[in-house]
Write a protein that binds this ligand. Structure first.
Ligand SMILES: [Cu+2]
Length: 185
């Protein structure tokens, strides 16, 4: 098993977040290992991406001081992806935001650069053909989510984009792009 720590910038974690982070990572890895149980020899790789989110919106939003982590664990034919966002303005507590893996790069001030959703079956839009990571902000300004998908995203210069609204389950749309984290592997 290969573990890659793809750190884009130093990140300060309080103990509570660190515990959740470790628990989430452990669950992510366990999820993939369970999926791979019949094929014990399957290759598993794990990647960690973290850093301040990049601002994509022209107006103020709750993610101005936010930092994020994305954990990606890949097996032969499935992946587990987890997202933790911390430092969200607490006025956003209770709000749910759409978040997805996009095929393009995370470029500050340029939401369009992230291009569309990563989709393993273009034209078929659902949480099994795309990586959806919608999260709800807790009272401490933290949001987290995780998903397992039956495919392995191709490596590239990609991004996780946070949107202004929850993901529409039919169209996959989630409104304006507010922030992103580079996901490059
Ligand atoms: Cu998106």
């Amino acid at each position: 098993m290969t573990v890659h720590d793809v750190t884009t910038a130093p990140i300060a974690l309080d103990n509570g977040v660190r515990r959740r982070h470790l628990r989430t990572l452990a669950l992510a890895l366990l999820g993939v290992l369970m999926l791979l149980t019949p094929a014990a020899a399957a290759a598993v790789s794990a990647y960690l991406f973290r850093g301040p989110v990049q601002d994509l919106s022209a107006v103020a939003d709750p993610f101005g001081d936010a930092r994020a982590q994305v954990h990606l664990a890949t097996g032969d034919d499935s992946s587990r992806v987890a997202l933790i966002v911390q430092g969200i303005d607490r006025s956003a507590a209770g709000n749910t935001y759409g978040a997805h893996l996009h095929v393009g790069p995370c470029v500050e001030g340029n939401g369009a650069a992230a291009l569309g959703h990563y989709n393993v079956a273009p034209g078929v839009i659902n949480p099994q053909t795309e990586v959806w990571l919608d999260f709800t902000v807790n009272p401490g300004g933290v949001g987290h989510s995780a998903t397992t998908v039956p495919f392995v995203p191709a490596p590239g210069t990609r991004s996780v984009v946070i949107h202004e609204a929850p993901t529409n389950p039919v169209t996959g749309a989630a409104g304006a792009r507010l922030a992103c984290l580079p996901v490059v592997w």
